[in-house]
Structures are given as structure tokens and as C-alpha cells.
Design a protein around this ligand. Structure first.
Ligand code: PGA
Length: 257
């Protein structure tokens, strides 16, 4: 593996796509292709309604399951919400938190996302904390300060011993679903900054263990160069995770490193 202490992770964020049966069909194909290998971590994050059918299709597989969101409380009067305990009961291992679509459309704040990160870790779910700047913020030269705030506020109370279970995804908002990808150099610059900030928050030894994924129009055509960057440890894949062919190709590219 290219990164000696970190294993590549390829995670599919299906967003609001796939019914329970469509999801089972997709994971079945992924599982047949890459379910036995363990060199690269593979995670699929279906909508809540497809988690059960997907985990059933993934019995005895190395492909792991993640959710796309959760509420920080364990249970209670939170209509429409789902807790970490519920996700664990469906054998979820990961949970995406603070995705830019949740920040934008559902007005999630760093403080609320921080509550979720702490609750996820408490329940042994591995958070994939998403950070990233909008186009306006990039053009105003605010990329690093935006990302720093999202990290510092999102990770309040997180300690070094959580490093191995923590994943950060750098997703420039202007690259999500747009076909525009950050160049490998642009992405690496922010990934390195994130690793340095993680060092300030958790200590350098712990920061070296955190996997930092790139997300935003990652696909087989551009993945290899991105994954070659020293601080890019995998991808959070939206569009290209909805077809087994492209998703499996991404896993194979990571395996070839
Ligand atoms: P995309 O989405 O790959 O379709 O750009 C990535 C994401 O939003 O996680």
C-alpha cells in the first residue's frame, strides 16, 4: 500500500437514490467483485430504507455498511430521526456526518455536527466528517479558514484515541455533482492542511492515523492521480458509486496502489 499506516478507504454515498431492492442488487454486484479482498476498505452508504436489505446481501463480506446521517440523541421525541443505536442494530460501521448538502439544505451547524460526531464515537460508529468550502469562499481566499473552523468546531471533545476510527472527507462544495474536480495538487494542499490541523487538535501521531478522503466528482478517470497524493487516503464517491462498474473500478484503482 502506498500509505504505510493508513489503508485506503473507498466509500459510496448513494444520497437519496436506490430502493431497498435496487440497493440489494447493487451491493450484490459490488460484493461479487470486491467483497473478498481486504487490502482496501470498502463502504456503501445507502439511504436508511435500504440498510437492512443491503446488510442481508453483505453477509460474510468485507464490504461494510454506513449511514448518511444520524441524530445525536439515542432515542426520544425527534420525529423523522434515526439514532446511532438504531444504525448499530443494522450493523452499520460508518456514518457520514456534516455533508455539505445537510449543512446547506437542513441548516446543520458545526455545533450540531459535533454532537453527532461525539455520539457516533460513543456508540462505536466511525464518523466520516465532511468539510469543504463553497466556490464563493474559495474565490475569496477563505478555503483554509472555513475548513479549519469546520474541523475545530466539529471535533470538539474528540481525543487522540479516536483517531483510528475517525475519517475526514474533504469535499469542495463546488466539485460535488458538478463534474468539476479539484486538481490533485489543489486537493493535496487542503488535505495536508487538514492533517496539520488534526495534528494541532489530536497530536501528530494520532493525526497520521486519520484517513482523509477526497470527495467531489471523483471517478475512475481522475482517481489514480488523486489517490497518489500523500495525504489522500481514499474517496467519498457520490455519482460514480451508483453503478457497480465505476465503483468497483475505483476500488481496483486503490488496490493497485
Ligand atoms: P459526487 O458526490 O461524487 O457526485 O460529486 C460526492 C459527495 O457528495 O459525497
Amino acid at each position: 500500500m502506498a500509505k504505510t499506516i493508513r489503508k485506503y478507504l473507498i466509500a459510496g454515498n448513494w444520497k437519496m437514490n436506490k430502493t431497498a431492492s435496487e440497493g440489494a442488487e447493487l451491493v450484490n454486484e459490488i460484493n461479487l467483485a470486491v467483497g473478498k479482498q481486504s487490502e482496501v476498505g470498502v463502504v456503501v452508504c445507502p439511504p436508511f430504507t435500504a440498510l437492512e436489505s443491503c446488510i442481508t446481501a453483505l453477509e460474510d463480506s468485507n464490504v461494510q455498511l454506513g449511514a448518511q446521517n444520524m441524530h445525536p440523541k439515542q432515542e426520544g421525541a425527534y420525529t423523522g430521526e434515526v439514532s446511532a443505536v438504531m444504525l448499530r442494530s443494522l450493523f452499520c460501521t460508518y456514518v457520514i456526518l456534516g455533508h455539505s448538502e445537510r449543512r446547506e439544505y437542513f441548516k446543520e451547524t458545526d455545533a450540531f455536527i459535533n454532537e453527532k460526531v461525539l455520539a457516533a464515537l460513543e456508540s462505536s460508529l466511525k464518523p466520516i466528517l465532511c468539510v469543504g468550502e463553497t466556490l464563493d469562499q474559495r474565490e475569496a481566499g477563505e478555503t483554509m479558514s472555513v475548513v479549519k473552523t469546520q474541523l475545530v468546531d466539529g471535533l470538539k471533545g474528540v481525543t487522540a484515541d479516536a483517531a483510528e476510527n475517525l475519517v475526514v472527507a474533504y469535499e469542495p462544495v463546488w466539485a460535488i455533482g458538478t463534474g468539476k474536480t479539484a486538481t490533485p495538487e489543489m486537493a493535496q494542499e487542503v488535505h495536508k492542511f487538514i492533517r496539520d490541523e488534526l495534528g494541532a487538535i489530536l497530536g501528530n501521531g494520532a493525526a497520521a492515523k486519520v484517513r482523509i478522503l477526497y470527495g467531489g466528482s471523483m471517478k475512475p478517470e481522475n482517481a489514480s492521480e488523486l489517490l497518489d497524493q500523500p495525504d489522500i487516503d481514499g474517496g467519498l464517491i457520490g455519482g460514480a458509486s451508483l453503478k457497480s462498474k465505476s465503483f468497483v473500478e475505483l476500488v481496483e484503482i486503490a488496490r493497485s496502489k
